[in-house]
Structure formats: structure tokens, C-alpha cells
Design a binder for this molecule. Structure first.
Ligand code: PLP
Length: 373
């Protein structure tokens, strides 16, 4: 028998989450963001759940080729644009739309020999200071692009730094709207957090999103956890990470568990040993107390996470009279067989990080299956 750890991808949940985005911004087209191998879910596995999107947005050219290989004939957008001139050949051949965020990318386009006009998304750096032209540079970049015979159509985009937090989007939205007001072309502004939290534009502002760009919400994580949980946003987990108990120890008061003896029992208790560790992508920094489901019952991690194992407190199961021995189901995040949910955001919070990082860090050695339901 293989080691019992298993990740399950839930395409029906991805589809549900995509519909949530459509409900939030009914008039917008949806870029399903599938960068980083669909946030660790696997592009091929996620695709059946996301094929009702209007387009796929990603970074890597090989990921674009994989989406085309799945039979997708609609739009694909390269979110960081091209990295070198020959990438433009592939854009022409695979009909990829691409972001233009710097002068060097305009130079590459100007030198590109093609009969096929390219569809580009000109990116404004509206305050985040990662990619894009500043508001002061934006219009001249637009004019330069618009004059190129290699360019068929210019759309406009920006990216929000604080859609999930207190600062909000207004400071960037104002800059974007002020500069682009009279420019033609489709707009793409909202990530997941803006899609769910700012679909009603702020007083006086206009949030014209012809194309929204949700990523994390498609996979069932709340973009603003712990302010809201995924359940409060009516999102469903796109991934379950499950394993089993492979050993059980009964220990006395004062006995310690695991490396560094960081957990010491305050009363006699049973400890379950789970086949899952940091080499599977479970964060080593998760402290004692991190939530875990055993047989669908909520309990906690105790002691340090090791490479291949974690140890969990079986007292809540014993107290409830739930039998849990070797072979019992353990849910690290996602959905247990009895339907109980454990949000990936809760585990991420215990680790001091985000659901994004946990999904993307699922280790290669973990087998992955696709939920047929
Ligand atoms: C990753 C990314 C998104 C999606 O962000 P989420 O927070 O996952 O919704 C949208 N736009 C751009 C440019 C991105 O790089």
C-alpha cells in the first residue's frame, strides 16, 4: 500500500467559486488566474472546473501551452508579459494576449515581425510599485503602443495592493481613472479581494472592470482571512489534503512528544501519529494547537512537525467516544468524509502565512486525485 497521504482536487468547488465571482460582478468577464500551476492544484486538474471562465491568466509560457493543449481556444493572458523577444513568436502562434508593463516590452513588440496583430494589456503602476507605467508615463506608453502595426488592440489594467485590507483601493482607482478616463479599450482591475469586497465602487469612484482577475477565491480561500472566512464568502475548498493515522501512543502526564520535547502532556492521553510532514508541504512552523480533523472531528496538532509525520491530540475523540486507531482518516485541510470542513486559511494563519502559500507548496511527492463528484 502506498503511504496514505493524498490530495484531492474538487472541480465542482472551483466551478462554484467561479460562479460566486460572477454573482459579485455580473457584467464582467472572468480571467481565471491559473498561474503557479493553478495555485498548486494542477492546471489539467483544475481545468474541468474552470472551463466556464472567459479566459485564463497565467505567467509561464509553458503553462499557456498546456492550456491550449487542453483544447482551450479562448483568450489567454500573460500577466507579466513576455520576457524576451522570441516569446512574441509563441504569442503569435498560440494567440496569447500579453501584458505590457515596461518600455523594453514595447521595444520588443516594435521589432517583432508578424502579420497577426497582438492584443495587449497596458499596465499602470497606480501605486503598488511592482509592475507598470506610472500615471505620468502611462499615456505616452499608450500612444507608442497604439501606433505599432504589431498591435491590434490595447486594453488597460492595474493591480491593487490593498483590496484585502484597510487602505482599500481608492488611492489607486483615482489615479487609474484620472489618467485613463478618455482612453478607449477594455479595463481589467479587480483581483479576488476587489471582486468580493469592492464590487460596489466607492463613493464618486468608478470601478469599471470589463475583466476581473480572481485567483485565490477560485480555489476556495478567503482573500481577507481572518476578517472573513471562506464560509462567510460562501466559497468551497478546492483542495483537500488528507492522510491517516499510522500509529497511536498512549502517554502519561509529564511525557513529551516529538523533537525538542516541545509538547508535554498535562494528563494521560492518546496521541495519533499522522503520515504527513513538512516534506509533504505541511508547514514546519505550525505550532501545537494548529487545528486538524481526525475522523472528521476537530482536534489539534501537538509537538513539532517533522519531515514525514505530525502528532495529534486524540483526547477530543476519546471524550466523544469516536473510535480512532491506526487507519483513521486525518484531514489537514479541506473536507472530511463526514462533510466537516477545515479551512486552509486556518492552518495558514497558525503558520503565520496565507492559504496561497500552502496550496502552492503542496509537495511533488504527494499523490493527487481529482474528485469525481
Ligand atoms: C495573481 C494575480 C491575480 C490574482 O490574485 P488573487 O489575489 O489570487 O485574486 C490578479 N492579477 C494579477 C496581475 C496577478 O498577478
Amino acid at each position: 500500500m502506498p503511504r496514505p497521504i493524498l490530495a484531492t482536487i474538487h472541480p465542482a468547488a472551483l466551478q462554484h467559486n467561479l460562479e460566486r465571482c460572477r454573482q459579485a460582478v455580473p457584467d464582467a468577464k472572468v480571467w481565471a488566474v491559473v498561474k503557479a500551476n493553478a495555485y498548486g492544484h494542477g492546471i489539467e486538474r483544475a481545468y474541468p472546473g474552470l472551463r466556464s471562465a472567459d479566459g485564463f491568466a497565467l505567467l509561464d509560457l509553458d503553462e499557456a501551452e498546456r492550456v491550449r493543449a487542453l483544447g482551450w481556444r479562448g483568450p489567454i493572458l500573460l500577466l507579466e508579459g513576455v520576457f524576451e523577444p522570441r516569446d512574441l513568436e509563441l504569442c503569435s502562434r498560440l494567440d496569447l494576449w500579453h501584458t505590457v508593463h515596461c518600455e523594453e516590452q514595447i521595444d520588443m513588440l516594435a521589432a517583432h515581425k508578424t502579420n497577426v496583430g497582438q492584443r495587449v494589456f497596458l499596465k499602470m503602476n497606480s501605486g503598488m510599485n511592482r509592475l507598470g507605467f506610472t500615471p505620468g508615463q502611462f499615456r505616452s506608453a499608450w500612444s507608442r503602443l497604439n501606433a505599432l502595426s504589431q498591435v491590434a488592440e490595447v486594453s488597460l489594467m492595474t493591480h491593487f495592493s490593498d483590496a484585502d485590507g484597510a487602505r482599500g483601493i481608492t488611492y489607486q482607482l483615482d489615479a487609474f481613472n484620472r489618467v485613463t478616463q478618455d482612453l478607449p479599450g477594455e479595463r481589467s482591475l479587480s483581483n479576488s479581494a476587489a471582486t468580493l469586497r469592492h464590487s460596489q465602487p466607492p463613493e464618486g469612484g468608478e470601478l469599471a472592470s470589463d475583466w476581473i482577475r480572481p485567483g485565490i477565491v477560485l480555489y476556495g480561500s478567503a482573500p481577507d482571512h481572518p476578517l472573513h472566512t471562506s464560509a462567510q464568502w460562501a466559497l468551497q475548498p478546492g483542495m483537500t489534503l488528507a492522510s491517516k493515522l499510522i500509529a497511536v501512543q498512549t502517554i502519561d502526564t509529564g511525557a513529551s512528544v516529538g523533537y525538542g520535547s516541545t509538547f508535554v502532556a498535562e494528563q494521560p492521553m492518546r496521541i495519533g501519529v499522522v503520515a504527513c510532514g513538512y516534506a509533504d508541504g505541511y508547514p514546519r512552523v505550525c505550532p501545537s494547537g494548529t487545528p486538524v480533523l481526525v475522523a472528521g472531528v476537530r482536534t489539534r496538532l501537538v509537538g513539532r512537525v517533522s519531515m514525514d509525520m505530525i502528532t495529534v491530540d486524540l483526547s477530543p475523540l476519546d471524550a466523544a467516544g469516536v473510535a480512532a486507531g491506526i487507519g483513521a482518516e486525518v484531514t489537514l485541510w479541506g473536507r472530511a468524509a463526514n462533510g466537516t470542513l477545515l479551512g486552509i486559511d486556518e492552518v495558514a494563519q497558525a503558520a503565520g502565512t496565507l492559504g496561497y502559500e500552502l496550496m502552492c507548496a503542496l509537495a511533488l511527492r504527494v499523490p493527487v486525485q481529482v474528485d469525481a463528484a
